[in-house]
Design a protein around this ligand. Structure first.
Ligand code: ZN
Length: 420
């Protein structure tokens, strides 16, 4: 364990290394040198995804191009992908030990654990990062992926027959696997699953409760993104996610959305990678709205704790002039007993106005009743302060999207149709 002085020195040398080697930072940090204290770092400009997207020449020189070993990309479907490069040393000494530390220290992964991972490997980072982290922890892993090659019904069969003790999944895929278990007659109460480790989507309280009930297990939430990989992990106290402080430095963006509490600050999370050489991030604004606290945790680990709120500020929907986080709609739907875990938010962009409706699929055996409809519509009105068009759909009628993240928001352009 590093003491505060060693830690700050590592952070400073990491930033100086980026300054010396990456043209993007050399230009950006012009006249900011020398960086000698933590305060010097906190005076550097805050950057964001758009500063990197489509500008590979800025941070990949011909010189360090040769050192790149693996490339991941952000999963955003609406925005252009950001490609994130790692050198072999970054993978071996930064990405994998970071995942191992999170899995061992906070989630308690042991050598005796048999893990099923449904994370994708297709340009996304959790597939390989978590698998190698688990292997380094001494565990045994079945990397089945998110249903593209190994269907969900085969994955649940492996869970039941191979004594799986831990499952890695997105919250939506954990719920989809629960449906597959039910459809295939698998009794989850006799399984030996110790926990589900989830990441990749905002984990709502209602989704957590549903995963816990369906799988009779505990849920550990992990915070991460392609840019920095696994960044924070929940411990057994489940009161936020411990920052992986040996690898990442975190701050709260003070410019926007910021509120300060006694030992807790709320705002957009800004991250700096420590010791990553291939494509370091310095003061990178994730646009994730979080609280950061240094209060001691009952688990014994005293690292800063990230508490996530609703999701990314740039993922907010503009509905009738108001900003609404999709996670708030999910919270209401998944907290409604009659509604299944599959839903869609349909946005129809019209000529003059956008129409937004919520398609809520019913659980098997539930009928479309006025009572259920009113229950959902009234709660949306009450909690979000707006009227949304709610449509109940028959059980099993909403398709699942391909891959490890369920595509909940569907945008349709109806302008052309209105003219014809
Ligand atoms: Zn803790």
């Amino acid at each position: 364990v590093l003491n505060q002085e060693q830690y700050v020195n590592r952070l400073i040398s990491s930033v100086n290394n980026a300054y010396d080697n990456i043209p993007f930072y050399r230009d950006l940090l012009k006249n900011k040198k020398p960086i000698m204290t933590l305060a010097d770092i906190q005076n550097l400009p805050v950057v964001t995804k758009s500063d990197f997207v489509g500008k590979p020449a800025a941070y990949i020189t011909r010189q360090n191009q040769k050192k790149i070993a693996i490339t991941f990309a952000t999963t955003g479907t609406t925005q252009e992908k950001l490609f994130v490069h790692l050198e072999l040393g970054d993978f071996k000494n930064w990405l994998v030990p970071k995942a191992r530390d999170a899995l061992v220290n906070f989630i308690g992964i042991k050598k005796s654990d048999i893990i099923l991972s449904t994370f994708g490997w297709e340009l996304t980072q959790p597939g390989s990062e978590y698998a190698f982290g688990a292997i380094e922890a001494g565990a045994h892993i079945y990397p089945v992926g998110p249903g593209t090659i190994t269907p969900s019904k085969v994955a649940v069969k492996i869970i039941a027959e191979k004594n799986i003790s831990v499952v890695f999944a997105t919250p939506s895929y954990a719920l989809r696997l629960a449906d597959a278990a039910l459809e295939n007659g698998i009794d989850t109460s006799i399984l030996k699953i110790r926990c589900f480790v989830v990441t990749g989507e905002t984990l709502t309280n209602a989704a957590r409760k549903r995963i816990e009930q369906a799988w009779k297990t505990e849920v550990y939430n992990i915070y991460g993104m392609a840019e920095t990989g696994l960044t924070g992990a929940e411990c057994k106290a489940h009161s936020g996610m411990h920052l992986l402080t040996n690898y990442i430095f975190a701050e709260i963006n003070r410019n926007q959305f910021t509120q300060s509490f006694e030992s807790e600050q709320m705002g957009e999370l800004v991250l700096t990678t420590i010791g990553k050489k291939g494509m370091p991030f310095i003061r990178y604004n994730t646009h994730d709205l979080v609280s950061l606290t240094d209060k001691p945790c009952s688990c014994g680990f005293q690292t800063s704790i990230i508490k996530a709120h609703f999701g990314r500020t740039d993922g907010m929907l503009k509905i009738k002039g108001r900003g609404i986080y999709p996670a708030l709609i999910e919270e209401i739907l998944l907290d409604t007993e009659e509604v299944s875990s599959n839903y869609r938010i349909l946005i129809e962009h019209g000529k003059y106005t956008d129409n937004i409706s919520v398609l809520a699929e019913l659980k098997p055996g539930e009928a479309k009743t006025k009572k259920t409809h009113k229950k959902v519509a009234d709660r949306i009105k009450e909690e979000l302060g707006i009227n949304l068009d709610v449509k109940l759909c028959k059980s099993g009628s909403l398709p699942h999207s391909e891959g490890w993240k369920e595509k909940r928001i569907i945008e349709v352009d109806v302008r052309k149709n209105t003219n014809s």
